[in-house]
Design a protein around this ligand. Structure first.
Ligand code: ZN
Length: 146
């Protein structure tokens, strides 16, 4: 039996259904034809947030700000994680200054904060930066395994 994943396009937000075995084959969006699995973090805004957290390919969000030193140090780790987790977990960044209303709705008290979403629901949250190996460990405790 074929199982598939349903998740939004990082470019247009349109929902796509991709069979498991095709995830690693560079699937394209059925709506805008762009690459669905980019290995790059998507930027979240109030406008695309509700759509991007949907779907059963989990979404890991890094809530950050330009003035935050630990956030900047963590950025390359997050980038590496995006490449490692290609097709397993989507990654996104939320600028808590530019999107302060959204950060408020998410009750962000410190940055960086990592939030894992699955099917539109918050599945896990972690405050503070951490090395790649520990980040992958934390994710695997929540069912996201490379
Ligand atoms: Zn699209």
């Amino acid at each position: 039996m074929t199982t598939s994943l349903t998740f939004p396009c990082p470019h247009c937000g349109g929902m796509n259904r991709v069979p498991h075995e095709r995830i690693q084959e560079h699937p394209r969006c059925g709506h805008c034809q762009n690459t669905l699995i980019t290995g790059q973090p998507t930027d979240l805004t109030q406008a695309n947030f509700a759509r991007q957290i949907r779907g059963d390919l989990p979404l890991l969000v890094d809530v950050w700000a330009a003035w935050c030193g630990p956030c900047q140090q963590f950025a390359p780790t997050f980038q590496q994680a995006a490449e490692r987790l290609k097709g397993i977990c989507r990654l996104a960044k939320l600028d808590s200054e530019a999107e302060s209303a959204l950060a408020g709705e998410l009750r962000i008290r410190s940055i960086p904060t990592l939030i894992l979403f699955n099917n539109g629901q918050e599945a896990a949250r972690l405050s503070g930066a951490l090395p790649l190996a520990q980040l992958l460990d934390w994710l695997s405790q929540h069912g996201v395994r490379p």
